[in-house]
Design a protein around this ligand. Sequence first.
Ligand code: EPZ
Length: 429
Amino acid sequence: MESILIRGGRRLSGRLVVQGAKNSILPILAASLLNCQGVHLQRVPDLDDVRNMLAILSSLGAEVNFSGDEVVLDTAGVKEYHVPDYLMREMRSGIFLLGPLLSRLGKVRVCYPGGCAIGPRPINLHLGGLQALGARVEESNGFITLSGRLKGTRTGLDYPSVGATENLMLAAVMAEGETVIYNAAREPEIVDLQNFLNKGGARVSGAGSSTVVIRGVKELHRTSYRVFPDRIVSGTYLMAAAITGGELTLEDIIPGHLTAVTNLLRESGAAMEIGADQISIRGGEIAAIRLACTSPYPGFPTDLQAPLTALMTVANGRSLIVEKVFKKRFRHIPELQKMGARISQKNSHVAIVGVPHLTGAGVEATDLRAGAALVLAGLAARGETVIKGIRYIDRGYDDLPRVLVLLGADIERVKKPAVSQPGSGSRKV
Ligand code: EPZ
């Protein structure tokens, strides 16, 4: 099993062009099922979740080519409506296939999706919205089967769910008539999805606001599209520079996507320069943040709660972070405590008392962003940190160790020898 070994204490410095957004490319890949004329995508990050989604599309009958940071898809041959269980269980994003497959084939069958263990991951908003669009939903023996013709409607989400907003957009693109989604999520990845769909001839408007309107069209045409930069990965690297007292410039990004993040980093004492398509940060003394709450965009993103918690472990003073999106997004805390962090968590509240330094330790990543938080802590800690479970990190960060080495970190992947079980040697007969 692979681990990451970090020898802490090195300041990061340099310039970086950030990977394409994981949470854009995944729904956009699902959306490619709506387009039989061919799709060409650029700035595609090489992530396990991306490769998993491409494997799903290929299993359904699509022709897939992934080379460099470009993907070319031909989904004209898609005929299969049952998504392979072993692929569905790998990640949450398989749920994005419900809308487009139902729209394309009139039927779709999936098992319940997998996903990071950050709390309950219900799909009631997805299913309720698709039912409102005319889908018949059957849930039995661990499978969900949807069928029927989709017809435009007005529907509202009880919570501005990112995935449910995207699923309903995809279901509505070629549904008969107009669909209005009220209380839609406003994340930039939804704007990215709208831009991709409209480039192929769809008629979607309002993404980025709480009301998205989709007018059904008959078909989409060949599309080439470059994905937005990843704002969560951008925020992670900015915090890596801050926690190591280094300096970093992120290029070719959309600073407006990170306003809540750069505001908090300024409050933590970092010097920030924000340009039209880049952000520069210079770390130094880290000040505690009195209160940070995660919330749907444009609030502070839940995906950066764990990295921010890591940063605050070495701030001067007491910080309070409130996680208001996922009920159990705290599994990084016991691992940070192994490194000497002074953190207490009760319900959605995380109270942190900054310490002068962390100490390297053996820790384990339990989900994607918890893993990123442990990398940040290891970069700042005295001594060596070994992080197990880096498969989680590879789900969302395109070769994080290699990028950090280029920025001056002492970090490497280490293959832990498979522990031989007693008696597992060749048997003497
Ligand atoms: C997306 O997940 C992202 N994943 C998550 O990023 C991100 O944390 C999340 O949005 C919030 O921004 C992708 O885009 C692939 P939600 P999603 O539906 O769509 C509840 C990462 O680290 N809810 O907005 O699953 C849910 O329980 C990942 O990159 C329902 O109750 O998030 C949660 O409390 C992690 N019923 C809240 O809504 C539903 O049917 C927000 O979930 C759906 C969601």
